[in-house]
Design a protein. Sequence first.
Length: 145
Amino acid sequence: MQVNPQIIEGLMGASANIKMAGTPMSVYRQASAEGDTEKMKRALGYAGECTQRAAKYQEKLEEGIKAEREEANKDKEAELDNRLDEQNKPEHKCTDTVEISEEARAAQANEPVEMATEPVVYTKFRRGFASTGSGACGYFQRMKL
């Protein structure tokens, strides 16, 4: 992941301007000790300019962080959508197949098919029981009522 350039610029600019404000502040302290008010005013003016520039860089930093958060949220949403799509895809599961022989097809074409009169219920296959082989992958067991 790449860091937003506004974040880097904001951090570097704010840090540099706060450090630069240290020099006029030391001049202010020295002028204050000497009692030179004109020098104190100039020093505070320079220090104020540096802190104002630092505040502008702070705003850039906040914009960069906001953009980074939005990008991260978009990435999270896209990842979540991908996961949901993968979960909703039908997986290939084992299935039962039936092949009808030619004789059965011929008999079926000539004679009507008899319908089962007894209902058939499928229940969950219990562990420890032998499989009857009549369910999808042996998971369900066919029971006649």
